[in-house]
Design a binder for this molecule. Structure first.
Ligand code: PMP
Length: 392
């Protein structure tokens, strides 16, 4: 039976990790893997997480099963950060814990499909797993351009997608720190997007995987909140794997917004059933640690200070790149106005290979770079290599 299966291509980024690991050059630079790195190149566990984990070890008295909705203390503690002071928007939001943001995206799309959604509009390029999940569910993906060649968001393209959508269609938007482009909509863009969604009735799904890594915890959800204020229904997929550094512990949440209590309960019961049929219940440890942080004002401060340090460091790297301006055929100026962990450089696959072979610089074939892979110690080498490899 198994010989009927087609071979699947391996994850390109995992292949890149292996190549980078095998490279013996001491000044090699890894801009591939999507994790935050300090200026020393490490990805340490947050101090706030270490303290919360110690508390868990000391105080947790059972590891007995929770339900498919996971740790509701975690789910609720996160809500004011996402939705604001009126954290349930007047009782219109219900949420559950998921295995990472990936689990939340999967649940959002599966539930949308169960409710009759057939087509999903999405700006491209996007996080590759979005398309994989869409394909796996056999939903129809309708792409539109996310960014313009000048490195800013293509507002006209997203508005045209929304205005042209028929019934039973959804749109997947990145809440902030767009992966891979780093190009976010402005607050004014979001206002126009929210108005257009409200007019046409397209179903919004907002994926927020980098909350707090752009401009700040409040600033990064202005767009999300402005859309939610205008629409009757929406899904929100949320990841704590970047903003709490929990990657492998798989910490995420899925929220449903609805304008009717009965509809909300029905939708939640379906999400619950889908979760049960998929992973039964999410892993507890990471979410429990995040709950302990968010329920303790001192730990919350420690976490927010760490998040601010990450943000400031990435801003500094972006400023240095932007200051370098045009290098060879690449204008780095737009990177200064982009957000989060990633940006895409206009380099060809051949140039990416040359950067790897000649300079030990590892990045995705698409030209996506992890901003946090650059440090004050290697950024000049990187800029010089771009100038050399892309010189006409
Ligand atoms: N959405 C986007 C846009 C992402 O970039 C990622 C992570 N790379 C996720 C969702 C999923 O995050 P997690 O690791 O929590 O599953």
């Amino acid at each position: 039976m198994l010989n009927r299966l087609d071979e699947q291509s391996p994850d390109a980024l995992l292949a890149l990790i292996k190549m980078h690991a095998a490279d013996t050059r001491s000044d090699k630079i890894d801009l591939g893997v999507g994790v935050y790195r300090t200026d020393d190149g490490g990805t340490p566990v947050f101090a706030a997480i270490k303290r919360a984990e110690q508390q868990l070890v000391d105080e947790q008295d059972s590891k007995s099963y929770l339900g498919p909705e996971g740790d509701m203390g975690f789910v609720n503690a996160l809500m004011p950060y996402v939705f604001g002071e009126d954290a349930t928007m007047g009782g219109r939001i219900a949420g559950m814990q998921t295995p990472g943001g990936t689990g939340a995206v999967r649940l959002a799309l599966a539930l949308g499909q169960k409710a009759g959604m057939t087509k999903l509009h999405m700006g491209t390029p996007s996080w590759p797993n979005h398309a994989q999940i869409i394909n796996d569910l056999a939903l129809e993906l309708v792409p539109f351009d996310h960014a313009k060649p000048d490195g800013t968001a293509d507002l006209d393209a997203v508005l045209a997608a929304i205005r042209g959508a028929g019934p039973n269609e959804g749109i997947l938007l990145h809440g902030c720190c767009h992966n891979p482009t780093g190009v976010d909509y402005s607050d004014e863009d979001w206002a126009a997007i929210g108005d257009a969604i409200a007019e046409t009735g397209i179903f919004p799904i907002i994926d927020t995987a980098y909350h707090g890594l752009g401009h700040g915890l409040d600033e990064d959800v202005v767009g999300l909140r402005s859309v939610l204020a205008k629409v009757p229904e929406a899904f929100i997929a949320y990841s704590c794997d970047k903003n709490f550094g929990m990657y492998r512990d798989r910490v995420g949440a899925f929220y449903i917004l609805s304008d009717g209590q009965e509809t909300l309960n029905k939708a939640f019961s379906n999400a619950n059933a889908l979760a049960r049929a998929s992973w039964s219940m999410p892993p507890d440890h990471g979410a429990a640690a995040v709950r302990l942080i968010l329920r303790d004002s001192e730990l919350t401060q420690v976490w927010q200070d760490e998040l601010e340090q990450m943000r400031d460091r990435m801003r500094l790297v972006r400023e240095k790149l932007a200051d370098a301006g045009v290098q060879g055929s690449v204008d780095m100026t737009p990177l200064g106005g982009q957000n989060g962990l990633f940006s895409v450089l206009p380099v060809s696959k051949e140039q990416v290979a040359q950067l790897r072979d000649d300079h030990g610089i590892y990045m995705a074939g698409s030209g996506r770079i992890n901003i946090a892979g650059l440090t004050m110690g290697n950024i000049d080498k990187f800029i010089g290599a771009i100038a050399e490899v892309t010189a006409e």
